[in-house]
Design a protein around this ligand. Structure first.
Ligand SMILES: C[S@@+](CC[C@H](N)C(=O)[O-])C[C@H]1O[C@@H](n2cnc3c(N)ncnc32)[C@H](O)[C@@H]1O
Length: 298
C-alpha cells in the first residue's frame, strides 16, 4: 500500500510538479517520528555521547529532588520510542520527572514510588482530571508482586493490557539514602542485595511491558572502600538475563549535576590525586527492547 502511494506521488509530481502531494507518514510501530521527514528531527539524538547545557526547568519541571534525572532524557526517549497516548511506566517515580514529561508530550504515565509523602506531593502536581485519565501514581514497593498487580489494575482502567515504555532510574545503591525502609533499594547492606532487589523490579517491568517496546535504565557507578562498584554493568547484565535485548549504551555527562561535588571541585581533585582514583563525570543510560524470546535449539 505504502509503495503504491509513493509511486503515485512520484507520477503526479512528474506530470504536475507545481502540485504538492501530502506523503503518507512513514513511522515505526513504536514511534510517531515520520521517517519521510527525518531531516526535520535534528533535535533527536542518535549517538551515544549525551551532554546537555543545562537542566530543563520549563513545563512544571524543577530541581527540587536530590537524585532526580534531567527531563531531557525523558524528552529524547519518549519522542523516539513512544507514540501519542502511549503509557510510560516508571517503577522509581521519585519526584515525577517521567510523569510530567509524558503528559507534556501527550503520553500517559503510571508511576510507582515507595515514599508515601513523595507520591502524594507528586500527585499534587497534576489536575484531578489528569489523575483520572492520564497519570496514575501508586505508592508501593516495585519489587513486589502486589505492586505488579496494582499496575495491571491501573493499566486495565486506562484501557491497556501492557505499558508501552519502561523507565528504570533506581537509587545508585547507597549513594543517596532515600529512606530508611527495608524495601528501599538505597538501603541495602551489600551491592549483591541491591542487585537482587533491582532484578525483581526489572522482572516486574519486563512482565508489564508490551512486546516489541523499549525500556531505559539510567544509572551510575559507585566508589566505595577504595574501589569501583560497577552498579551499571551488573544491572545491565541482570536485565539482559531477564530477556531484554540491549540496544544502546549511552554515556551522559553529569558535570554540574552533582550538587555537592560541584561546589568542592578542588577538594575532590586533591582527593583523586591523593587516592589514585578518577572523579565520575558521567553516568550510563542503557536502552533495551523487549523482543520475542527465541526457543532454545534442541
Ligand atoms: C533515583 S530516584 C528516582 C528519581 C526520579 N527519576 C526523578 O526524576 O525524580 C529513585 C527513587 O526510587 C525510590 N525507591 C527506592 N526503592 C524503591 C522500591 N522498592 N519501590 C519503589 N520505589 C523505590 C526512592 O524513594 C527514590 O525516590
Amino acid at each position: 500500500m505504502a509503495k503504491q502511494n509513493t509511486k503515485r506521488k512520484v507520477e503526479i509530481e512528474v506530470v504536475r510538479p507545481d502540485l504538492k502531494v501530502a506523503s503518507v507518514p512513514k513511522t515505526k510501530p513504536y514511534s510517531d517520528i515520520d521517517l519521510n521527514h527525518w531531516k526535520d528531527y535534528d533535535h533527536i539524538k542518535t549517538d551515544t555521547w549525551w551532554e546537555f547545557a543545562s537542566r530543563d526547568k520549563s513545563n512544571g519541571h524543577s530541581n527540587e529532588y536530590h537524585g532526580n534525572y534531567i527531563p531531557q532524557i525523558a524528552t529524547q526517549f519518549f519522542e523516539r520510542f513512544t507514540k501519542k497516548n502511549d503509557i510510560v511506566l516508571d517503577l522509581f517515580l521519585g519526584s515525577g520527572t517521567s510523569a510530567i514529561e509524558a503528559l507534556h508530550m501527550g503520553r500517559r504515565c503510571i508511576g510507582v514510588e515507595l515514599k508515601e509523602d513523595l507520591a502524594q506531593h507528586v500527585s499534587e502536581k497534576f489536575t484531578q482530571k489528569d489523575l483520572v485519565t492520564k497519570v496514575n501514581i501508586i505508592t508501593g514497593d516495585s519489587t513486589s508482586e502486589k505492586t505488579k498487580e496494582k499496575v495491571e489494575a491501573r493499566l486495565e482502567i486506562m484501557g491497556e493490557e501492557k505499558a508501552q515504555f519502561l523507565v528504570l532510574h533506581p537509587p545508585y545503591d547507597t549513594i543517596i539514602r532515600f529512606s530508611d525502609r527495608k524495601e528501599d533499594l538505597s538501603n541495602c547492606e551489600t551491592p549483591e542485595k541491591f542487585y537482587d532487589m533491582f532484578e525483581k523490579v526489572a522482572k516486574n517491568g519486563y512482565d508489564l511491558l508490551e512486546q516489541g517496546r523499549y525500556a531505559v535504565l539510567i544509572i551510575g557507578d559507585e566508589y566505595k572502600n577504595s574501589e569501583i562498584v560497577p552498579l551499571s554493568s551488573e544491572c545491565m547484565f541482570r536485565m539482559m538475563k531477564l530477556g531484554f535485548k540491549l540496544k544502546a549504551t549511552i554515556v551522559k555527562n553529569i558535570e554540574g549535576n552533582e550538587r555537592a561535588k560541584g561546589k568542592r571541585k578542588n577538594l575532590w581533585r586533591y582527593r583523586a590525586l591523593n587516592g589514585g582514583f578518577y572523579i565520575f563525570q558521567h553516568e550510563y543510560i542503557y536502552l533495551f527492547q523487549k523482543v520475542k524470546q527465541k526457543k532454545p535449539k534442541k
